[in-house]
Design a protein around this ligand. Structure first.
Ligand SMILES: [Zn+2]
Length: 106
């Protein structure tokens, strides 16, 4: 597996669980690849931090406003991401990632 593919799977796994074959493949790569292992640790840490943020408490109105703000702030990424991944938060991944980075750096 290429590092590029490994990163792709890591991102996918944040949105929905990987199937067993993909997961095994990813774990095999990460076990042998130091840079992807570091990347995986970062994603895991980011996700844990995100889980501690009170996202479930957001009302659908707040989510709509957040989405509108994201659409306005990052129009190109928003449009591109909408065609691809939809996260459980109904936010495109690229936008969510930036928001997450902003939250974590607070
Ligand atoms: Zn790698």
């Amino acid at each position: 597996m290429s590092c590029e593919r490994a990163i792709e799977l890591m991102i996918d796994s944040l949105v929905e669980p990987l199937d067993k074959e993909q997961l095994d493949e990813l774990h095999r790569h990460v076990a042998e690849c130091e840079s992807c292992a570091a990347e995986m640790a970062d994603y895991t840490k980011l996700w844990r931090q995100l889980e501690t943020v009170a996202i479930p408490a957001l009302t659908s109105d707040a989510l709509d406003r957040l989405e509108a703000a994201a659409r306005k702030e990052f129009p190109a990424e928003y449009a591109a991401a909408r065609r691809e991944v939809r996260t459980p938060l109904r936010m495109p991944w690229g936008v969510l990632q930036r928001l997450a980075a902003a939250i974590v750096s607070l």
